[in-house]
Design a protein around this ligand. Sequence first.
Ligand code: SF4
Length: 254
Amino acid sequence: MNIMQLITRIETPEPWSEGEKIPWNDPGFSERMLEYLVKYKFKAIVVSVDGATQEIYEIYRRGGHFNTVIQNIKKINFYKQKYQRKFPILVWQFVIFGHNEHELPLAKKMAEELNMGFVIRLNWSPSYSPVKNKENVRREIGYGSRKEYERKFHRVYMPLCYQLWDSPQVNWDGKLLGCCVNRSSDFGNVFKSGLEKCLKSEKYVYAKKMLLGKEKPRKDIPCLSCAHYKRINPQKMNPVRGYILRLIDVVKSV
Ligand code: SF4
Protein backbone atom coordinates (compact mmCIF):
# COMPACT_ATOMS: atom_id res chain seq x y z
CA MET A 1 0.00 0.00 0.00
CA ASN A 2 1.31 3.41 -0.86
CA ILE A 3 0.86 5.23 2.40
CA MET A 4 2.56 8.30 1.00
CA GLN A 5 -0.04 8.79 -1.69
CA LEU A 6 -2.88 8.38 0.77
CA ILE A 7 -1.34 10.90 3.15
CA THR A 8 -0.68 13.34 0.36
CA ARG A 9 -4.34 13.28 -0.43
CA ILE A 10 -5.20 14.41 3.08
CA GLU A 11 -3.53 17.71 2.30
CA THR A 12 -4.51 17.92 -1.34
CA PRO A 13 -7.97 19.36 -1.91
CA GLU A 14 -7.98 18.18 -5.53
CA PRO A 15 -8.62 14.51 -6.25
CA TRP A 16 -5.58 12.51 -7.27
CA SER A 17 -5.54 12.48 -11.03
CA GLU A 18 -4.57 9.49 -13.12
CA GLY A 19 -0.96 9.51 -14.26
CA GLU A 20 0.00 12.27 -11.85
CA LYS A 21 3.64 12.01 -10.94
CA ILE A 22 4.78 11.89 -7.36
CA PRO A 23 8.13 13.60 -6.72
CA TRP A 24 9.68 10.54 -5.09
CA ASN A 25 13.19 11.76 -5.75
CA ASP A 26 12.62 15.10 -4.15
CA PRO A 27 14.21 14.74 -0.69
CA GLY A 28 11.93 17.46 0.66
CA PHE A 29 8.87 15.42 -0.35
CA SER A 30 10.00 12.25 1.43
CA GLU A 31 10.87 14.21 4.53
CA ARG A 32 7.44 15.85 4.60
CA MET A 33 5.74 12.48 4.25
CA LEU A 34 7.61 11.11 7.26
CA GLU A 35 6.52 14.12 9.27
CA TYR A 36 2.88 13.63 8.13
CA LEU A 37 2.89 10.03 9.39
CA VAL A 38 3.39 11.46 12.85
CA LYS A 39 1.39 14.67 12.45
CA TYR A 40 -1.68 12.90 11.07
CA LYS A 41 -1.53 10.23 13.74
CA PHE A 42 -0.94 7.06 11.80
CA LYS A 43 -1.51 4.36 14.37
CA ALA A 44 1.11 1.77 13.44
CA ILE A 45 3.64 0.95 10.77
CA VAL A 46 5.09 -2.50 10.27
CA VAL A 47 8.43 -2.26 8.49
CA SER A 48 9.72 -5.42 6.83
CA VAL A 49 13.45 -5.53 7.48
CA ASP A 50 14.74 -9.06 6.99
CA GLY A 51 18.34 -8.45 7.94
CA ALA A 52 20.59 -6.22 10.00
CA THR A 53 23.10 -5.35 7.26
CA GLN A 54 22.82 -4.19 3.66
CA GLU A 55 24.41 -7.40 2.41
CA ILE A 56 21.74 -9.64 3.93
CA TYR A 57 18.79 -7.24 3.65
CA GLU A 58 19.11 -6.89 -0.12
CA ILE A 59 19.01 -10.65 -0.76
CA TYR A 60 15.23 -10.66 -0.33
CA ARG A 61 14.40 -6.94 -0.55
CA ARG A 62 16.08 -6.55 -3.91
CA GLY A 63 17.19 -3.06 -4.73
CA GLY A 64 16.42 -1.97 -1.16
CA HIS A 65 18.74 0.27 0.83
CA PHE A 66 19.11 -0.79 4.42
CA ASN A 67 20.56 2.52 5.58
CA THR A 68 17.71 4.49 4.00
CA VAL A 69 15.18 2.36 5.90
CA ILE A 70 17.00 2.91 9.19
CA GLN A 71 17.41 6.64 8.54
CA ASN A 72 13.70 6.99 7.79
CA ILE A 73 12.79 5.16 11.00
CA LYS A 74 15.07 7.53 12.90
CA LYS A 75 13.35 10.50 11.26
CA ILE A 76 9.92 9.22 12.32
CA ASN A 77 11.27 8.88 15.84
CA PHE A 78 12.57 12.43 15.61
CA TYR A 79 9.10 13.73 14.70
CA LYS A 80 7.49 11.64 17.42
CA GLN A 81 9.69 13.46 19.88
CA LYS A 82 9.10 16.82 18.27
CA TYR A 83 5.29 16.47 18.40
CA GLN A 84 5.35 14.49 21.65
CA ARG A 85 3.42 11.60 20.05
CA LYS A 86 3.33 7.91 20.85
CA PHE A 87 2.11 7.10 17.35
CA PRO A 88 2.78 5.63 14.93
CA ILE A 89 3.84 2.52 16.80
CA LEU A 90 6.77 1.12 14.84
CA VAL A 91 7.22 -2.61 14.43
CA TRP A 92 10.24 -4.32 12.85
CA GLN A 93 9.03 -7.40 10.99
CA PHE A 94 11.72 -9.98 10.34
CA VAL A 95 10.79 -12.69 7.83
CA ILE A 96 13.15 -15.46 8.79
CA PHE A 97 15.14 -17.37 6.16
CA GLY A 98 18.18 -19.60 6.01
CA HIS A 99 20.23 -16.67 4.71
CA ASN A 100 19.35 -14.20 7.47
CA GLU A 101 18.76 -16.25 10.63
CA HIS A 102 22.25 -15.44 11.97
CA GLU A 103 21.37 -11.72 11.96
CA LEU A 104 18.31 -12.19 14.14
CA PRO A 105 20.01 -11.18 17.45
CA LEU A 106 21.51 -8.04 15.90
CA ALA A 107 18.19 -7.08 14.28
CA LYS A 108 16.40 -7.47 17.62
CA LYS A 109 18.97 -5.28 19.33
CA MET A 110 18.68 -2.60 16.66
CA ALA A 111 14.87 -2.67 16.88
CA GLU A 112 15.08 -2.11 20.61
CA GLU A 113 17.46 0.80 20.15
CA LEU A 114 15.07 2.29 17.59
CA ASN A 115 12.16 1.94 20.00
CA MET A 116 10.42 -0.56 17.76
CA GLY A 117 8.44 -3.69 18.46
CA PHE A 118 9.82 -6.86 16.88
CA VAL A 119 7.93 -9.71 15.21
CA ILE A 120 9.29 -12.77 13.47
CA ARG A 121 7.37 -14.18 10.52
CA LEU A 122 7.83 -17.40 8.65
CA ASN A 123 8.49 -17.24 4.95
CA TRP A 124 5.51 -17.34 2.57
CA SER A 125 7.18 -19.98 0.44
CA PRO A 126 8.84 -22.60 2.71
CA SER A 127 11.02 -23.88 -0.14
CA TYR A 128 12.81 -20.53 -0.64
CA SER A 129 15.90 -20.22 1.57
CA PRO A 130 14.47 -22.46 4.33
CA VAL A 131 15.53 -21.90 7.92
CA LYS A 132 18.49 -24.08 8.94
CA ASN A 133 18.25 -23.83 12.70
CA LYS A 134 14.60 -24.57 13.41
CA GLU A 135 15.27 -25.01 17.11
CA ASN A 136 16.34 -21.39 17.32
CA VAL A 137 13.11 -20.24 15.67
CA ARG A 138 11.08 -22.57 17.90
CA ARG A 139 12.69 -20.98 20.95
CA GLU A 140 11.78 -17.52 19.69
CA ILE A 141 8.19 -18.01 18.53
CA GLY A 142 7.08 -21.45 19.69
CA TYR A 143 7.12 -23.23 16.31
CA GLY A 144 9.79 -23.84 13.71
CA SER A 145 7.75 -24.06 10.52
CA ARG A 146 4.30 -23.49 9.05
CA LYS A 147 3.52 -27.17 9.41
CA GLU A 148 4.45 -27.12 13.08
CA TYR A 149 2.23 -24.08 13.60
CA GLU A 150 -0.69 -25.75 11.89
CA ARG A 151 -0.25 -28.92 13.94
CA LYS A 152 -0.04 -26.95 17.16
CA PHE A 153 -2.91 -24.50 16.62
CA HIS A 154 -5.09 -26.42 14.15
CA ARG A 155 -5.32 -23.48 11.77
CA VAL A 156 -3.49 -22.21 8.71
CA TYR A 157 -0.43 -20.06 9.52
CA MET A 158 -1.36 -16.37 9.40
CA PRO A 159 -3.85 -16.55 6.56
CA LEU A 160 -3.30 -13.41 4.53
CA CYS A 161 -6.90 -13.66 3.35
CA TYR A 162 -7.92 -11.78 6.49
CA GLN A 163 -6.34 -8.68 5.03
CA LEU A 164 -9.52 -8.36 2.97
CA TRP A 165 -11.34 -7.60 6.22
CA ASP A 166 -8.88 -5.80 8.44
CA SER A 167 -6.18 -4.29 6.22
CA PRO A 168 -7.17 -4.19 2.54
CA GLN A 169 -4.02 -3.93 0.46
CA VAL A 170 -3.73 -1.10 -2.03
CA ASN A 171 -1.10 -1.23 -4.77
CA TRP A 172 1.17 1.77 -5.45
CA ASP A 173 -1.00 2.75 -8.43
CA GLY A 174 -4.22 2.70 -6.44
CA LYS A 175 -5.45 -0.75 -7.42
CA LEU A 176 -7.23 -2.47 -4.59
CA LEU A 177 -5.69 -5.93 -4.41
CA GLY A 178 -7.38 -7.09 -1.22
CA CYS A 179 -4.48 -9.17 0.07
CA CYS A 180 -0.73 -8.85 -0.51
CA VAL A 181 -0.57 -12.18 -2.37
CA ASN A 182 -2.93 -11.21 -5.16
CA ARG A 183 -1.27 -10.19 -8.41
CA SER A 184 -3.83 -11.45 -10.90
CA SER A 185 -6.63 -8.86 -10.82
CA ASP A 186 -7.97 -6.02 -8.72
CA PHE A 187 -11.14 -4.73 -7.13
CA GLY A 188 -11.09 -1.26 -8.66
CA ASN A 189 -8.86 1.75 -8.22
CA VAL A 190 -9.13 3.62 -4.95
CA PHE A 191 -7.50 6.75 -6.37
CA LYS A 192 -10.24 6.94 -8.98
CA SER A 193 -13.29 5.64 -7.13
CA GLY A 194 -12.38 6.01 -3.47
CA LEU A 195 -11.53 3.25 -1.01
CA GLU A 196 -15.01 2.93 0.46
CA LYS A 197 -16.68 2.44 -2.90
CA CYS A 198 -14.16 -0.23 -3.92
CA LEU A 199 -14.61 -2.05 -0.62
CA LYS A 200 -18.36 -2.12 -1.16
CA SER A 201 -18.12 -3.26 -4.78
CA GLU A 202 -19.96 -6.42 -5.76
CA LYS A 203 -16.73 -8.20 -6.64
CA TYR A 204 -15.04 -7.42 -3.32
CA VAL A 205 -18.05 -8.40 -1.25
CA TYR A 206 -18.39 -11.60 -3.30
CA ALA A 207 -14.72 -12.48 -2.73
CA LYS A 208 -15.17 -12.23 1.04
CA LYS A 209 -18.28 -14.42 0.92
CA MET A 210 -16.43 -16.90 -1.28
CA LEU A 211 -13.61 -17.18 1.25
CA LEU A 212 -16.15 -17.90 3.97
CA GLY A 213 -17.75 -20.60 1.80
CA LYS A 214 -20.99 -18.61 1.42
CA GLU A 215 -20.65 -18.23 -2.35
CA LYS A 216 -19.40 -20.54 -5.07
CA PRO A 217 -15.92 -20.02 -6.59
CA ARG A 218 -16.12 -17.51 -9.42
CA LYS A 219 -13.60 -17.10 -12.22
CA ASP A 220 -13.09 -13.34 -11.95
CA ILE A 221 -12.18 -13.53 -8.25
CA PRO A 222 -8.35 -13.58 -7.93
CA CYS A 223 -8.39 -16.23 -5.18
CA LEU A 224 -9.25 -18.85 -7.75
CA SER A 225 -5.72 -18.75 -9.12
CA CYS A 226 -4.09 -18.65 -5.66
CA ALA A 227 -2.49 -21.83 -4.29
CA HIS A 228 -3.53 -20.75 -0.82
CA TYR A 229 -7.23 -20.84 -1.67
CA LYS A 230 -7.17 -24.61 -2.09
CA ARG A 231 -5.89 -25.03 1.47
CA ILE A 232 -8.52 -22.87 3.14
CA ASN A 233 -11.17 -24.51 5.20
CA PRO A 234 -14.07 -22.02 5.01
CA GLN A 235 -15.55 -23.45 8.21
CA LYS A 236 -12.42 -22.36 10.06
CA MET A 237 -12.21 -18.90 8.53
CA ASN A 238 -12.81 -16.35 11.25
CA PRO A 239 -11.89 -12.77 10.31
CA VAL A 240 -12.55 -11.42 13.81
CA ARG A 241 -10.26 -13.98 15.43
CA GLY A 242 -7.67 -13.39 12.69
CA TYR A 243 -7.70 -9.67 13.43
CA ILE A 244 -7.41 -10.18 17.17
CA LEU A 245 -4.49 -12.59 16.78
CA ARG A 246 -2.60 -10.16 14.59
CA LEU A 247 -3.34 -7.32 16.96
CA ILE A 248 -2.05 -9.36 19.89
CA ASP A 249 1.10 -10.07 17.88
CA VAL A 250 1.74 -6.36 17.38
CA VAL A 251 0.87 -5.40 20.95
CA LYS A 252 3.09 -8.17 22.34
CA SER A 253 5.96 -6.99 20.20
CA VAL A 254 6.12 -3.46 21.62
S1 SF4 B 1 -6.97 -17.00 -1.30
FE1 SF4 B 1 -5.01 -16.11 -1.90
S2 SF4 B 1 -5.57 -14.36 -3.19
FE2 SF4 B 1 -7.41 -14.94 -2.05
S3 SF4 B 1 -7.39 -13.64 -0.24
FE3 SF4 B 1 -6.40 -15.57 0.31
S4 SF4 B 1 -4.21 -15.25 0.01
FE4 SF4 B 1 -5.33 -13.62 -1.09
